[in-house]
Design a protein around this ligand. Structure first.
Ligand code: TXA
Ligand code: MG
Length: 326
């Protein structure tokens, strides 16, 4: 049962409490409805992918109540600050380098070193973000493959029963998603056209490169459309999949009752819960790689993960990490 919360102080307080408790809450922005989760809670972020039925871990946009709050988590260049002054709150998303102390779950950024941030121009969304007091990761609030929702009814059509609540924020004024601008490289790059126009952006920071579809940009960074990384994310130790036995000189990425005899073990989910496993996947690979190298182990063995639900995305990610390196 999905709660439909009213557009008032009590509704916002309830939505904020649910988000802080790790639940999923859809909320309106000026562009489209977002499917929100506490971005610092890796289990809640994993639940977004499960609720949407997404086969891949696309990087998500983190929403903040102010530029100051956003820039506490990412490094803002002069161009980013000028754009924030001109466009925020509003339909512009900026991709910027994560700060070392950024508390956002690795899964929210699909393991990338960058993070997409935005301050939405909707009074209810801003009030909600202030009440939550943490960054809120939110892709559009639709099932994977469906179009983005611009009313509460659209949200419930796809997600009724799959999310804790939806905050009724009325129909969305802009109706298309935000413009995604990558400011993390040497030149500003328009990754996705959206609510903020190229002309208006160029009036603030000068020429912006465009014309390359987002899939190509992702591919050039080791992301495959619709959006997953590999290269800098692959562990340094070789990864072997669907292990049914493990050696003492191997580290084990366990799922369910662990194989015995490994030199190091990271448990993705003792109970075989795919949402928990997805939430712990990126952190687990990093931890095993570091521990394995420190202990002089020769590789990582991953136990089989069922190819259902979030297991598709987990297996997709593991296959990339295990793929031969160039
Ligand atoms: O208007 C919007 O942007 C809505 C509302 C809810 O804010 N959100 C939205 O999120 O459209 P989503 O997840 O449907 O789209 C996010 C886009 C994707 O194309 C994703 O690949 C890109 O942003 N993106 C996110 N993080 C990125 C990153 N670190 N580098 C490159 N692209 C990124
Ligand atoms: Mg979307």
């Amino acid at each position: 049962m999905t709660l439909r919360l009213p557009d008032d102080a009590a509704g916002i307080a309830k939505a904020a409490a649910l988000l802080r408790a790790g639940e999923l809450v859809a909320f309106g922005t000026e562009t489209v409805y977002g499917l929100g989760a506490d971005a610092t809670n890796d289990r809640a972020v994993a639940a977004i992918f499960a609720a949407k039925g997404r086969p891949h871990f696309n990087p998500l946009i983190c929403h903040y109540p102010s530029a100051e709050a956003a820039f506490a988590d990412v490094e803002a260049s002069d161009a980013a600050r000028a754009l924030a002054a001109a466009f925020w709150p509003g339909p512009l998303t900026m991709v910027l380098p994560r700060r070392a102390a950024c508390p956002v779950a690795l899964l929210a950024g699909a393991g990338l070193e960058t993070l997409a941030v935005r301050v939405p121009a909707h009074p209810m969304a801003l009030a909600l973000l202030r009440a939550v007091g943490r960054p809120v990761a939110a892709p559009s609030a639709n099932r994977s493959g469906q179009v983005s929702p611009t009313t509460v009814e659209h949200v419930l059509d796809g997600l009724e029963g799959r999310i804790a609540a939806v905050l009724d924020s009325g129909p969305c004024a802009v109706g298309v998603e935000s413009t995604v601008l990558d400011l993390s490289g040497p030149h500003p790059f328009l990754l996705r056209p959206g609510g903020a126009t190229r002309e208006a952006i160029e009036a603030v920071i000068g020429r912006v490169r465009t014309g390359i579809p987002i899939e190509a940009v992702h591919a050039s960074r080791g992301l495959r459309s619709p959006g997953l990384l590999v290269s800098h994310y692959a562990p340094s130790l070789p990864l072997r999949l669907e292990a049914t036995a493990v050696a003492a000189n191997e580290a084990l990425l366990a799922f369910g009752p662990p194989l015995q005899g490994a030199g190091a073990v990271y448990q993705l989910s003792a109970t075989g819960d795919l949402t928990e496993a997805a939430a712990r996947l990126f952190a687990g690979l990093r931890a095993l790689d570091a521990e394995g190298v420190a202990l002089g182990l020769t590789g990582i063995a991953a136990m089989a993960i069922p190819a259902t639900g979030l297991g598709l995305a987990i297996n997709d990610r593991l296959q990339r990490a295990a793929a031969p390196r160039s």
